[in-house]
Ligand binder design. Structure first.
Ligand code: DLL
Length: 436
C-alpha cells in the first residue's frame, strides 16, 4: 500500500519541477524572515530570483549545527512565535541544545510523512501500534505518534522504560507494531525471554527502527527473536524528526520524502556536490517547512543516494543505510552524545585535569557509557586517603554528566597520568560496539 501515490509515485520530471518551485518559494521566505539567511545570501550576491530550478540549489550556502547553536534559541525561526505550536530540542555539541519550532502546517506535513512510512511498512487501521521512542523534547515519540494516529491504527504511547510492563502489554493487547530504537527492540526481546513471554504468544509483526545506526545482522537477530519484520526509519530533528526517509517492502534503501526534504551528497572536505551513487555527507534542504526552514543543512551522516527505480512503485530517491558520521557524534541508547559535552563538564570542575576518555560498549543489548577522568595532582594528593571525598566527587560528576547528556554514565576517577596519551591526534572515545 502507498499512502500518497500522487506524491510518492510522481514522475521524476514532475517532481523536479515541484521541487524547483518550492525551493524558490522557501528561499524567498527565509530571505524576508530570517536575517541570518538574508545576510548570507547578500554576502554571496544572491537574491531569491537567482534560485529558479532545483539545480540552482548548489548556489546556496550551507547551514551547520554550529549556525543553529550560534543563533540559539530562535534566531533561525522564520515564523512568528504566535504561529509556532510545538517546540522540540536536540543535543548540541556543547552547551546549548538545538531548538526546533513547528507551525500547525509543519506538524501536518510531519504526520503525513510519517503516515507514508508506516503505510510502506504495512501498518493500517487494524493495527495496534506501540510507540516506544522517548516522548518529550526528542522528536521520536511524538513524531511517530502523530503518524500512527493519521494512519488510523490504535496508538499505544508506551515511550521508553518499564520494559517488563511493556512486554506484558504487547502480549495482552495483541500489539502488532512497534516503533523504537533497534537496540531497545533487542532489549525488549531479552526481557520477554526473561519473564517467559514467547514469540508465539505475541502478535507483533512490524517494527519501525531508527534514531541510531543498525546493521543487517541486528535486523536478522531482532526479526528472529521477536518474530517480526523490521524496517528502517530515518530522520533528524533539524529537518523534521523521524520520517525523512523509510524503507518499503523491498527493503533495498530508504525512500526520501523528497517533495519536502531535498537531499544532496557532498564531499565533507571540499563541500563539492557528488554524483548519485557516490558516498559522502548527506545534506538536506527543507522545501516546505514554515517554523524553522533550513537551507543545505549538513547532517554529518555518511551514505549515498541510490540510482535506479525501486520495484515498489515509489519514484522517490533512496538512500543507503548510514555508515558513519563526518563528526564525532555518538549515539548511545538513541541519545546523541558529543565528546565535547563531556569535556565542558570536566573543565567546569576544578578537581579534574582536562584528560578524559569515553568508553562505549553494548552489554546485554544495552549501550553503556563509562567516563574516565584524571584527577589533578593537587587534588589527588589531598584526597588520596579519603574514600568519602572521592565518592562524593564521583557522584557530583555523574550527576552533572547526567543533566548535560540526558543519559547516565559510569564515572571512573583516575590518578594523574593514568589515561594513556596517544601519539598523534588524541583519542577521546573507545567504541567497543560492533556496528559496522
Ligand atoms: O533521531 C529522529 C528519529 C527518531 C529518527 C526516531 C528515527 C526514529 P535526532 O535526535 O536529531 O533525531 O538524531 C538524528 O540520528 O543525524 C543520524 O545520525 C541518527 N539516525 C536517525 N535515524 C537513523 C537511522 C532522531 N535510521 C541523528 N539509521 C541522525 C542511522 C540514524 N542513524
Amino acid at each position: 500500500m502507498i499512502w500518497n501515490p500522487n506524491k510518492e509515485c510522481m514522475s521524476r520530471d514532475e517532481r523536479s519541477a515541484l521541487q524547483g518551485k518550492r525551493l524558490h518559494k522557501i528561499v524567498e521566505y527565509v530571505y524576508h524572515n530570517v536575517p541570518f539567511y538574508r545576510h548570507k545570501l547578500q554576502e554571496m550576491d544572491l537574491t531569491p530570483d537567482d534560485i529558479r530550478t532545483i539545480d540552482d540549489i548548489v548556489k546556496l550556502p550551507f547551514t551547520t549545527k554550529k549556525d543553529l547553536r550560534d543563533n540559539y534559541p530562535f534566531g533561525l525561526q522564520a515564523a512568528p512565535q504566535s504561529e509556532i505550536i510545538r517546540i522540540h530540542a536536540s543535543s548540541g555539541t556543547t552547551g546549548n541544545p538545538t531548538i526546533v519550532g513547528y507551525t500547525r502546517k509543519d506538524i501536518g506535513v510531519w504526520s503525513e510523512c510519517m503516515a507514508r512510512c508506516l503505510t510502506a511498512y504495512g501498518v493500517g487501521r487494524d493495527d495496534i501500534f506501540s510507540v516506544s521512542y522517548g516522548y518529550g523534547l526528542f522528536t521520536g515519540g511524538l513524531g511517530a505518534h502523530n503518524g500512527v494516529e493519521m494512519v488510523g491504527a490504535s496508538v499505544v504511547p508506551a515511550s521508553t522504560g518499564n520494559t517488563e510492563k511493556h512486554a506484558k502489554l504487547i502480549r495482552d493487547l495483541g500489539i502488532t507494531g512497534i516503533a523504537c530504537t533497534p537496540s531497545y527492540a533487542l532489549y525488549l526481546a531479552e526481557t520477554m525471554e526473561q519473564i517467559g513471554i514467547t514469540k508465539e504468544q505475541i502478535k507483533l509483526r512490524v517494527g519501525a527502527f531508527g534514531a541510531e545506526p543498525w546493521t543487517e545482522s541486528m535486523r536478522e537477530e531482532i526479526q528472529e527473536r521477536l518474530g517480526i519484520k523490521g524496517f528502517n526509519l530515518y530522520g533528524l530533528s533539524e529537518i523534521m524528526g523521524p520520517s525523512v526517509s523509510y524503507e518499503c517492502q523491498m527493503q533495498n534503501g530508504s525512500h526520501i520524502n523528497e517533495d519536502h526534504f531535498y537531499p544532496e551528497i557532498i564531499n565533507p572536505v571540499t563541500l563539492e556536490p557528488l554524483p548519485k551513487g557516490q558516498p559522502g555527507e548527506l545534506v538536506f534542504t527543507t522545501l516546505t517547512k514554515e517554523g524553522m526552514p533550513v537551507l543545505r543543512y549538513r547532517t554529518r551522516d555518511l551514505c549515498s543516494l541510490m540510482p535506479g527505480e525501486c520495484g515498489c512503485g515509489r519514484t522517490s530517491v533512496r538512500m543507503t543505510p548510514i555508515t558513519g558520521r563526518s563528526d564525532d557524534m555518538l549515539i548511545i541508547r538513541g541519545i546523541n552524545v558529543f565528546p565535547s559535552q563531556v569535556e565542558s563538564v570536566v573543565l567546569s570542575m576544578k578537581e579534574f585535569a582536562p584528560r578524559y576518555m569515553l568508553i562505549v560498549d553494548r552489554i546485554n543489548n544495552l549501550d553503556t557509557l563509562e567516563v574516565q577522568v584524571e584527577l589533578r595532582q593537587e587534588y589527588f594528593t589531598a584526597t588520596f586517603d579519603t574514600p568519602a571525598a572521592i565518592d562524593e566527587l564521583q557522584k557530583r560528576l555523574a550527576s552533572k554528566l547526567r543533566s548535560v547528556l540526558s543519559i547516565g554514565a559510569k564515572v571512573s576517577l583516575k590518578a594523574p597520568n593514568a589515561i594513556e596519551r596517544s601519539q598523534g591526534k588524541s583519542v577521546r572515545v573507545i567504541d567497543k560496539r560492533n556496528l559496522k
